[in-house]
Ligand binder design. Structure first.
Ligand code: FAD
Length: 396
């Protein structure tokens, strides 16, 4: 009989953890494993707010896939998936076709714009190495432009749409970066404005209110203006229209207001909610015993029936569980249900400042910032061991 073929789509948190576990657990010739990813590197999404603001080098937010996986055990294919065809057990790539017996989908999310006009065309997103390099260069360029046209203060107005974790972490970094840019370009810091606009009645909805208040205070002191409970109605080439028609003129709008699943999943015919598949207890697509869906592409419900927010943490745990179940399926052993264990959440607010909840306790300030570093280093250790920690880790 032939060896079962496992195809993993996406080398994000879910796909990488599945691959690493499979290469450890599978015996020689027990399965044929192929990992497909658009780039030949994995990006550490949870770092991207730093290179986006220019407070860290984009190189520190990516790792070559060849450094992570054992290419004797897993075939890596650098390509873009263009179609998933469950009925034929095939995946169409931009430059070829793969057939599978088992499929793992971990293609990550796409920005959700909630139909706000102009957002897709005029706002930037923090979601990949390419997108953060663009944001970083764009921000610097606005300072350079302002020196040529000093009446254009809109060049120095930065709008961040969304006060979720990504938005808050990004403005933390941006407010650290602005003073440096002011010095570098001889710009009066009082001319620079950073707006964080959020439609919900609070920043970081669902998070501990005392920590949210602390975070907003830290960021206000660094020069951020919050517009909470204010919806962005439209994004234009000249800025944003908010609330009842007020215009905030800006050449830089960064949208962090929402993530949805992947278009390819909807197109494949799976039933989705905002591009995410409500998976079964084993993280499989309903009606497809051989298709696992992980991370931002899946919708996992907690025991109270509410969906967990999509995070790197849950994507990693899903990857580990998925690898276990793939091996079990191949060996005709019983599958293990997925049970998420939340280890805590920490959000950075820029240098030396953060808030978080971990081990059932609240943390803020320097201690929380250390905790954030420890979580980042732990991730590097999990995927690449000590060598990766030494190469990419930030200790200070
Ligand atoms: P991803 O990590 O998004 O990976 C998807 C992969 O698929 C990518 O490598 C992509 O290149 C590839 N891909 C996409 N489309 C194709 C295609 N068509 N063909 C081939 N390859 C493709 N979560 C936390 O738990 N803690 C945090 O502190 C945290 N901070 C964050 C900070 C920021 C700035 C951001 C943006 C997110 C943060 N998150 C955090 C959320 C977390 O990053 C995501 O939930 C997580 O990355 C989801 O993992 P994933 O495996 O589903 O997909």
């Amino acid at each position: 009989s032939s060896i079962p073929k496992i195809v993993i789509l996406g080398a994000g948190y879910g796909g990488v953890l599945t691959s690493l576990r499979l290469q450890k657990e599978l015996n020689y010739n027990e399965a044929d494993v192929t990992l497909v990813n658009k780039h030949d590197y994995h990006y550490i999404t949870t770092h991207l707010h730093m290179p986006a603001a220019g407070t860290d080098n984009p190189e520190n937010a990516r790792v070559n896939i060849s450094k992570l996986i054992d290419e004797f055990k897993i075939d890596f294919v650098k390509s873009t998936v263009v179609q998933i065809r469950p009925q034929d057990r095939k995946v169409i790539l931009e430059d070829g076709t793969l057939s599978y017996d088992y499929l793992v989908i971990g293609l990550g999310g796409e920005p959700e714009t909630f139909g706000i006009p102009g957002l897709l065309e005029n706002a930037m997103n923090i979601r990949s190495i390419n997108s953060v390099r663009l944001i970083r260069e764009h921000i610097e360029y606005q300072f350079a432009r302002f020196k040529r046209e000093p009446h254009r203060t809109d060049y120095l107005t930065f709008v961040v749409g969304g006060a979720g974790f990504t938005g808050i972490e990004f403005i933390g970094e941006l407010s650290d970066r602005i003073p440096e840019l002011c010095k570098q370009f001889d710009v009066d810091p009082s001319l620079v404005k950073i707006y964080n606009i959020e439609a919900a009645p609070t920043a970081l909805p669902g998070f501990d209110p005392e920590l949210v208040e602390y975070a907003m205070e830290v960021l206000r002191k660094k020069g951020v203006t919050f517009r909470i409970g204010t919806a962005i109605k439209e994004c234009t080439p000249d800025g944003v229209i908010v609330g009842d028609g007020e215009e905030i003129r800006s050449q830089t709008v960064i949208w962090t207001g929402g993530i949805r699943g992947n278009r390819l999943i909807e197109e494949a015919g799976f039933e989705t909610m905002r591009g995410r598949v409500k998976v079964d207890e084993f993280m499989r697509a309903p009606g497809h015993e051989n298709i696992y869906i992980l991370g931002d592409n899946s919708l996992v419900f907690n025991p109270e029936g509410r969906p967990y927010p999509p995070t790197a943490q849950i994507a990693m745990q899903a990857g580990v569980n998925c690898a276990h179940n793939l091996v079990a399926s191949i060996r005709n052993q019983p599958l293990k249900g997925f049970a998420y264990s939340n280890k805590g959440t920490v959000a950075s607010l820029g240098k030396g400042e953060a808030i978080g909840i971990a081990f059932g306790k609240k943390y803020k300030g320097r201690v929380a910032a250390w905790l954030k570093k420890a979580i980042d280093l732990r991730y590097l250790f999990i995927i690449g061991g000590i060598p990766l920690v030494l190469r990419k880790g930030k200790f200070l």
